[in-house]
Ligand binder design. Structure first.
Ligand SMILES: [Ca+2]
Ligand SMILES: [Ca+2]
Length: 129
């Protein structure tokens, strides 16, 4: 009886381990990358500074007011294969889409976002931030 209970317990532990192992394996297929900085080469708003933000499904970085031609720290971890979208927040109008780009490299790369008359770039490198 005791032995049966132990075997059942081991089976539960194995099942739990297998479940988390599969989840970890899915994550492992998507190595991390670090978006280090972003620059606005050409801003979207006619008046005042742009308020850029980045999403991968959900918003993961934003700045209220960012001047053109100045590199700004992002330092957020994404994953290789992620499609990153850049947006420009507007207070009264719907936010503007400034394009999308995919994290492809395992070393260094640049994401380029072009849309709505604006251009942003973001640098990244392989590995988590
Ligand atoms: Ca705008
Ligand atoms: Ca704006």
């Amino acid at each position: 009886m005791l032995r049966q209970a132990r075997i059942a317990g081991i089976a539960v532990l194995l099942a739990a381990g297998l479940g988390s192992g599969l989840a970890a394996q899915a994550d492992a297929k998507r190595p991390p990358a670090c978006i280090t900085s972003l620059i606005i080469d050409r801003q979207e708003d006619d008046n005042g500074n742009d308020a850029p933000y980045l999403t991968v499904n959900t918003k993961f970085w934003e700045v209220d007011s960012l001047k053109q031609d100045v590199w700004h720290t992002v330092f957020r971890t994404v994953h290789v294969g992620d499609e990153v979208k850049a947006w420009e927040h507007d207070a009264l109008d719907p936010d503007d889409s400034i394009g999308r780009d995919v994290v492809t490299g395992f070393s260094r790369g640049t994401l380029t976002f072009i849309g709505d008359g604006a251009k942003y770039r973001a640098k990244y490198h392989g590995g988590a931030c």
